[in-house]
Design a binder for this molecule. Structure first.
Ligand code: ATP
Ligand code: MN
Length: 483
């Protein structure tokens, strides 16, 4: 058996009593031809391996270069040096893979996040990305634990869909047709448009923008379901919080109204934060330090008022602020910020869609904590949201987080068939194509609600990473799909 090793994280938690162990990992640094900092990805903390002078031949020592991979066996003893509690006195060093230090792009110095994005295939070997992706893993695990413990059924909704009813941003088309304007072989209708009846699925298909509609089918059978999968949006927005491929968690609950929905979303977000604080403290403390160093470059008024740990603690211990869209518009209108004409997009009044600068003002300047905005004008929200008594707002909710903006979008769904049909007509949504969706309203309809949490935005919030490209392994954004 090859892999009889102990992970460095587990080893560092032990007391050094001379125990003989084997570790494997990659060289971070090699000092004085004697001290190897070895990292195996289980933690940012390296094991200091001591290659005692005269014990190993020069040929071998020369091959211990940055990022070479090693298998090392030795005794674990209290460290004589400062900064670590233990050393490994190596008795055997085997080079598993050489690494040409001249060509290796990661040097033992600080690299910019922009540079690291260009070498995303290697960036996991840095402390920052080690921490980010261990936290991302933890959060993914915690999501399943949260819903499983509550008896939700994990539902895998399709990635290829025919429904473009949601209308959330642009879609990526999925096709096997020979596709180019002039191609004679491309099947066309008489008017010259593409004939998708000839396509693989016999109809036009896209990558999903949301699993919600299918999720509703699950909720009206299992009671409570959640999805957790990739979502695609061909929106051409080059921002620090939009990806073309991102992961979304979408719970959908029968017998649930808007308030139940908001309660669950708040509990869920707090659970995830708590989970990371309990299980990833070391990585979070590293990321907190990283963020504070990054912010030192910024002018005073652009820096966060709280450190990362403080912020997470604060979110855990305070209720999210809940208010209606109408109340939010009043606050924005009355704000000095607005009176001094500091918004780029003017507050025109009730009915307007909120821009991210408005959301950020509410969250970061006015309330200084996460905010749940509810009951938006029907005209600016999707067709499936439940019409309120007033006949002009719908039971929608967005959760806005400091530094991130919208992190959750959700609603109570319109369960009344006639009202749903009216709205679809108004919004030009073809009800015939959604016959299967409408059936849930025909056969035992129930009040139900759900929301979508953008996973990467949640990871951003917990890790304090300011660009969404740095919390997904291989970001897909306009004009960029390397690796
Ligand atoms: P935004 O206004 O920020 O573009 P949205 O209104 O399009 O968001 P929804 O359609 O409600 O968002 O999607 C639900 C959640 O998915 C959002 O609250 C957000 O967390 C996440 N999300 C949406 N679009 C993206 C994207 N392009 N990249 C990453 N996450 C996204
Ligand atoms: Mn969007």
């Amino acid at each position: 058996m090859f892999n009889k090793r102990i992970k460095i994280k587990e080893l560092l938690a032990q007391e050094p009593t001379g125990q003989e162990v084997t570790v494997m990992g990659w060289v971070r640094t090699f000092r004085n031809n004697q001290f190897i900092a070895l990292n195996d990805g289980s933690t940012n903390n390296n094991l200091q391996v001591v290659a005692g002078l005269g014990k190993f031949d020069d040929e071998l020592l020369k091959r211990i270069t940055t990022s070479a991979s090693l298998k090392v066996t030795g005794a674990i003893v209290p460290s004589l040096g400062k900064g670590q509690k233990m050393d490994m006195n190596a008795t055997s060093i085997e080079i598993l893979g050489d690494s040409d230090a001249e060509k290796y792009p990661l040097q033992p110095k600080k690299h910019s996040l922009e540079f690291l994005r260009e070498i995303a295939h290697l960036r996991f070997r840095t402390n920052t990305f080690g921490s980010v992706f261990r936290v991302r893993h933890s959060l993914a695990f915690a999501i399943h634990k949260f819903f499983n413990d509550k008896g939700f059924v994990y539902m895998h909704t399709p990635i290829i869909t025919a429904s473009d009813a949601e209308g959330a941003g642009e879609m990526f088309r999925v096709t096997t047709l020979p596709f180019d304007e002039k191609n004679e072989k491309t099947p066309r209708n008489e008017d010259g448009s593409i004939n998708f009846k000839e396509d693989f699925f016999g109809r036009a298909t896209n990558l999903t923008v949301s699993g919600q509609l299918e999720g509703e089918l699950g909720a009206t059978a299992f009671g409570e379901i959640y999805t957790f999968g990739p979502t695609f949006r061909a929106e051409n927005s080059n921002t620090a919080r939009h990806l073309a491929e991102f992961w979304m968690i979408e719970p959908e609950m029968a017998f649930c109204d808007l308030e139940d929905n908001a309660n669950l979303a708040e509990e869920f977000i707090k659970y995830l934060i708590q989970y990371a604080m309990n299980n990833n403290r070391e990585d979070l403390e590293f990321l907190a330090q990283r963020l504070s160093d990054e912010e030192k470059q910024l002018p005073q008024d652009k820096r966060s008022e709280m450190g990362l740990m403080e912020k997470l603690e604060f979110v855990l211990t305070n209720n999210f602020e809940r208010l209606t869209y109408t109340e939010a518009i009043d606050i924005l209108k009355e704000s000095n910020h607005n009176k001094k004409k500091k918004f780029q997009y003017e507050i025109t009044g009730w009915g307007m869609d909120l821009q991210s600068e408005h959301e950020r003002f509410l969250v970061e300047k006015h309330f200084k904590k996460p905010v749940i905005l509810t009951n938006y004008p029907a005209a600016i929200k999707s067709f499936y949201m439940r019409l309120n008594e007033d006949g002009k707002t719908v039971a929608a909710m967005d959760i806005l987080a400091p530094g991130i903006g919208e992190i959750v979008g959700g609603s109570q769904r319109e369960e009344r068939l006639d009202k749903l049909e009216d709205r679809m007509k108004e919004m030009n949504i073809p009800a015939e194509e959604l016959w299967w969706y409408m059936d849930t309203r025909r056969f035992g309809t129930v009040p139900h609600a759900g929301f979508g949490l953008g996973f990467e935005r949640m990871v951003q919030f917990v890790t304090g990473m300011t660009n969404i490209r740095d919390v997904i392994a291989f970001p897909r954004t306009p004009k960029s799909a390397e690796f």
